[in-house]
Design a protein around this ligand. Sequence first.
Ligand SMILES: Cc1cc2nc3c(=O)[nH]c(=O)nc-3n(C[C@H](O)[C@H](O)[C@H](O)COP(=O)(O)OP(=O)(O)OC[C@H]3O[C@@H](n4cnc5c(N)ncnc54)[C@H](O)[C@@H]3O)c2cc1C
Length: 499
Amino acid sequence: MAAPHPDQRTLHAGPGVRLDTQVIVVGAGPVGLLLAGELALRGIRVTLIERRHGPATASRASTLHARTMEVLDSRGLLADLGRPPCEARGHFGGIPLDLTLPGPYPGQWKVAQTKTEAVLEEWALGLGADLRCGHTLHAVADRTTHVEAAATSRHGTPLTLRADYLVACDGQDSTVRTLTRAAFPGTPPARELLRADVDGLDIPGRRFQRLPAGFAVAARNPAGITRVMVHAFGAPLRTGAGEPSYDEVAAAWKQVTGEDITGGTPLWVNRFDDENRILARYRHGRILFAGDAAHRQLPIGGQALNLGLQDAYNLGWKLAATLERTAPAGLLDSYDSERTAVGAAVLGNIAAQALLLLGGPEVEPLRTVLAELIAHDSVRTHLAAMISGLDIRYDVGGPQHPLRGMRLPHTVLRTGAARCTTADLLRSGRGLLLALDGPPPRLHPAYADRIDTLTAQAEPGNPLQAGTVLVRPDGYVAWAGAPGGDGLAEAVQRWFGSP
Ligand SMILES: Cc1cc2nc3c(=O)[nH]c(=O)nc-3n(C[C@H](O)[C@H](O)[C@H](O)COP(=O)(O)OP(=O)(O)OC[C@H]3O[C@@H](n4cnc5c(N)ncnc54)[C@H](O)[C@@H]3O)c2cc1C
């Protein structure tokens, strides 16, 4: 056996607070918070370790895509977001793309990341998750039967933790990834963008404009704050040089657009690049990774945050079932296989978009051809489903069926006098056996606390009209068929374990 990494040997150094829990989640960003809520919903004891002292204030992602909205709906969290504006118009590499698709929430929903985090935090804490702010994790060790971790509070007090599992949701510079030396292959950065949120600017809006000297975006929000984003073709990479000064942003803006923005008041500036990496494995024994800790990408098209939230949604119920000892063999490993495949696909489309957006004049012919193709509805819907996260199809096995492995289509149902949606039926965090034409097949009583069963009629015009569906807690169809059809018992065992 290899000698322990030095950080793994120092775990028990010194006195301090000791804490036993079932799952340690490192990082209370959006991904860690959603995961903690998913675990707490199932009654799992979960402790979040967060370096920040209080809520995040930085301006980051501002877009929730259709699939993420469906996920939040299935946990009853949409009302807490208020009434965010929605735009049907998106883009692929800066080429306009209509995101209209069948489903309840097509388009881009404009929600500041701080708002998403506040909603998720309130939900997770309300369900009993334990959040330890002001603690920085600095050591972790997988002891085969359990995991240990060490953090230090901002006052210097050591905190030692022991748990069954640890999930790293600690962002793009993940400490856990470094400590575990997890393989993180991909491509190094080649180009960078400068970005600033600026008050007091009166400049024309620019939507993904490619100009002779570079690329520029200017978007003013209802509060009068303008977000500018700029890349000067051929500019040297300064990754590692820390955040840019506003003067640097203004100089690049002048070079690319000819406009002077030095009179504005910068509220926030940063630089980011097109580094593109994904962990070879999301599961390393009792240590798992999700969100930016697992994949690093250009945050373009709002896909970074949405990809991470869906990692958490896929992992939560699988980890809970593992701890409840109902999980079938391989369930936790399916998190790794399912989400590394989705992550690789999304990072591939982000890399293509980075090239289209930031490439020099040589990409113009390609952009012209792609713009022509997007005018064809089959191409448009393919790309829109990809960006929106609606194209995901997991390999769930079992007999062929158009719904198999797809998300349960949003459907309005009637059960007697009551009316509900398929999203309402997922609120419990359990699986669902839904029969649309007759009573549901009888399951062994041991599944009663794993799978809800229901007979309902779909209202006319809804996509689900007949048959029976078995749905995983994350909303993906594990089995679909006629009542009494083949393979249901196998699907129940495959995803929900033995009776
Ligand atoms: C500057 C910037 C701008 C962005 N803009 C966009 C955008 O416009 N659109 C988009 O889709 N995405 C954008 N992103 C990406 C998006 O914000 C991320 O995809 C999203 O935040 C990922 O969520 P996460 O929970 O995985 O990680 P994070 O949000 O990074 O959360 C990680 C958490 O872990 C904590 N942490 C880290 N290390 C430790 C440690 N050792 N101990 C304890 N806690 C720790 C951090 O304090 C943080 O709270 C941006 C990212 C950055 C950095």
